[in-house]
Design a protein around this ligand. Structure first.
Ligand SMILES: Cc1ncc(C[n+]2csc(CCOP(=O)(O)OP(=O)(O)O)c2C)c(N)n1
Ligand SMILES: [Mg+2]
Length: 666
């Protein structure tokens, strides 16, 4: 049921007033987009979006993604007006100020109802693809009574222009994600000016070509907006609705121009807009009748939520299963791996860590229904598919393996969307070198505090013949620069399984698993016959794998494939009477978080420390100190068999040990 146009207009003007006033008060922000999309958003939120402001985490709510994150005042206004507990009017008054949940761009961890952090253009839409995938999967598993919701996106010209858009809509079209609808703020303006300056693309034709339904509407005509949304809902394909809008609509002298995109209107124009819109209320005041209209829009969702709850309560078995799925992995990964690791302790295996990862994923995917794997067209190389994971496809959404195609950035963003949606735990693979292709999405996993696992194989020159374009040099260390991201580089089968357990059991921290192409000897096993989560030695990030036999003069600290090299060095040193510890450091971040006593015990101050890692040395000084030795590769690699490259770049005991003895003697 629709309200009369005059009342709808007032509701939309409330968004306009809050947006221009908040930006004016902050003296920074973006009034143009919220003012331009106010009418579309009012129709969507008041008549279509299925949500319950009193229960923002209702599992079967529609997801709303403001991909054009610069228009953050749009979502803050909508949340406040429709009755979410936050933001309060004070929060809005403090838009962009320290401590306000109304941050410059929407942050998922600051406000309920903000489904994802947006601002990096294009990624919101691409995350929405993942949300829609998660929705279809859970629908296939639990049925339409429990899971049947839509994913709505508001995107701007910028979101559609970014390269990731191509990856995202290609995936959504292929997977026939008909529950996904994108409302494009087709205002033909970006920061620099008219879109004519930089593009003449036929966007609608591009969407149609990737399997989308496309329609358009006058974004300031409520009836036409409804017509277009109804059409989108009726169509089985994902839909793009091109909403023709005027940026900054309501600011009489500035609307339609690029200057209204990202700067306060100014006091004069704010007054002129008040007059133009007939908005007489003071800043940050919404007249009661308008607020009442807005608040009453929540009744629809509250009722739907109540009915859903009744359906959930009808079947207690299904309810238990559903709630367990939605609760996430918790600490069940370790339990799933116990027997597997104990068996490895008895029966060591020399395999590449990418293979070890596949072996660990066997019991993990068998026992944890939340896990949804995939790869960006490197399934056989990343070893990401297991017997329990059948393909996720338009014909069968119950599958748990996604063929993402050659879309690394799209994959990473989709995984973020899946994790944000909840009920699924995504992991996906590509080569470590191509982490750079999806880096900003990895960063957003970390910023958004979500659990996504990146399976990044071929982690060094050890990949050999493919050469320097494929050999990561700076990637591992540069991944470690991202806050709240755990970068694991395990050295053997057991560490790989331990790192998987740690990766999956950190609900607010994403993980990178850097895995070797080449075979590595199993170094662990001693003491692991009764392995449990409590004996997971990787949990402290670094530990003494081998203690010095002769008087300790050196501590060798290494990661991944170079731990075996460190073991070789230690044997040579011990043979000369020089005691050497070997420390395996599968996760720098976890080690850095240990207390000082533990760190000092593993890496004592008064002993020569030597790091060995087949990547840039920069950063290792933190652990070996100014007097230590950092062995690594500070140049691009080369094409050759792996063993020859390790020789050439000096990552073998014969090259390393003389440097250590020289230092000890000097
Ligand atoms: C990846 C990325 N590049 C650049 C920016 C900076 N930026 C923010 S908004 C914007 C223009 C976007 O134009 P449009 O989506 O049409 O928004 P409108 O001006 O219509 O509000 C740019 C370049 C960004 N936020 N993200
Ligand atoms: Mg625009």
């Amino acid at each position: 049921m629709s309200l009369p146009t005059a009342r709808m207009t007032q509701m939309a003007n409330a968004i306009r007033a809050l947006s221009m006033d908040a930006v004016q008060a902050a003296n920074s922000g973006h009034p143009g987009m919220p003012m331009g999309m106010a009418d579309v958003a009012t129709v969507l939120w008041s008549e279509y979006l299925r949500h319950d402001p009193k229960a923002p985490d209702w599992a079967d709510r529609d997801r709303f993604v403001l991909s054009a994150g610069h228009g953050s005042m749009l979502i803050y206004s909508l949340l406040h007006l429709s009755g979410y507990a936050r933001p309060t009017m004070d929060d809005i008054r403090n838009f962009r100020q320290l401590g306000s949940p109304c941050a410059g761009h929407p942050e998922n961890f600051l406000l309920d109802g903000v489904e994802c952090t947006t601002g990096p253009l294009g990624q919101g839409l691409a995350m929405a693809v993942g949300m829609a995938m998660a929705e279809r999967h859970l629908n296939a598993v639990f049925g339409s009574d429990l899971v049947d919701h839509r994913t709505w996106v508001v995107a701007g010209d910028g979101c559609l222009m970014e390269g990731i858009n191509h990856e995202a809509i290609g995936l959504a079209g292929h997977l026939k994600l008909g529950q996904m609808n994108v409302l494009w703020d087709d205002n033909r303006i970006t920061i620099d000016g008219d879109t004519d300056l930089s593009t003449s693309e036929n966007i609608k034709a591009r969407y149609e070509a990737t399997g989308w339904h496309v329609t358009e509407c006058d974004g300031h005509d409520f009836a036409d907006i409804r017509r277009a949304i109804d059409e989108a809902i009726a169509d089985e394909r994902p839909s793009l609705i091109a909403c023709r809008t005027v940026i900054g609509k309501g600011a009489p002298n500035k609307q339609g121009g690029h200057n209204v995109h990202g700067a306060p209107l100014g006091a004069d124009e704010v007054s002129a807009a008040r007059e133009y819109l007939g908005w007489t209320a003071e800043p940050f005041v919404v007249p009661d009748d308008i607020l009442t209209d807005w608040r009453s829009t929540a009744d629809r969702g509250a009722q739907a939520h109540g009915e859903w709850r009744t359906r959930l309560d009808n079947d207690s078995d299904l309810r238990t299963r559903f709630e367990e799925q939605m609760a996430g992995i918790g600490n069940q990964a370790s339990a799933a791996l116990e027997n597997y690791i104990r068996d490895l302790a008895a029966n060591p295996r020399t395999v590449a860590t990418r293979k070890a990862s596949e072996m660990a994923l066997g019991p993990l995917t068998e026992k944890l229904p939340q896990l949804i794997g995939g790869s960006a067209d490197l399934t056989g190389s990343n070893n990401t598919k297991t017997a329990s994971t059948t393909p996720f496809s338009a014909d069968d959404y119950s599958g748990r393996y996604v063929y993402y195609g050659i879309r690394e950035f799209g994959m990473a963003a989709a995984m973020n969307g899946m994790a944000l949606h909840g009920g699924v735990a995504p992991y996906g693979g590509t080569f470590l070198i191509f982490s750079d292709y999806c880096r900003n999405a990895i960063r957003l996993s970390a910023l958004q505090q979500i659990n996504v696992t990146y399976v990044l194989t071929h982690d060094s020159i050890g990949l050999g013949e493919d050469g320097p374009t494929h050999q990561p040099i700076e990637q591992i260390m540069s991944m470690r620069l991202i806050p709240n991201l755990n970068v694991y580089r395990p050295c053997d089968t057991i560490e790989t399984a331990e790192c998987w357990a740690l990766a999956l059991e950190a609900p607010k921290t994403p993980a990178v698993l850097a895995l070797s192409r080449q075979n590595l000897p199993q170094l662990r096993g001693e003491g692991d016959a009764d392995w449990t989560a409590a004996t997971n030695r990787s949990a402290k990030g670094a530990y003494r794998l081998k203690a010095a036999e002769a008087t300790r003069k050196v501590v060798l600290v290494a990661t991944g494939s170079e731990v075996a090299v460190a073991m070789d060095c230690a044997s040579q040193l011990e043979a000369r009477g020089i005691g050497a510890d070997v420390v395996s450091m599968p996760c720098m971040e976890l080690f850095a978080a240990q207390d000082a006593a533990y760190r000092a015990d593993v890496l004592p101050a008064d002993v020569l420390k030597v790091s060995i890692e087949a990547g840039v040395t920069q950063g290792w000084e933190r652990f070996v100190g100014n007097d230590g030795i950092t062995i690594g590769i500070d140049r691009f690699g080369a094409s050759a068999p792996a063993e020859q490259l390790f020789e050439k770049f000096g990552l073998v005991a014969d090259a390393i040990v003389p440097q250590i003895t020289k230092k000890l003697n000097g």
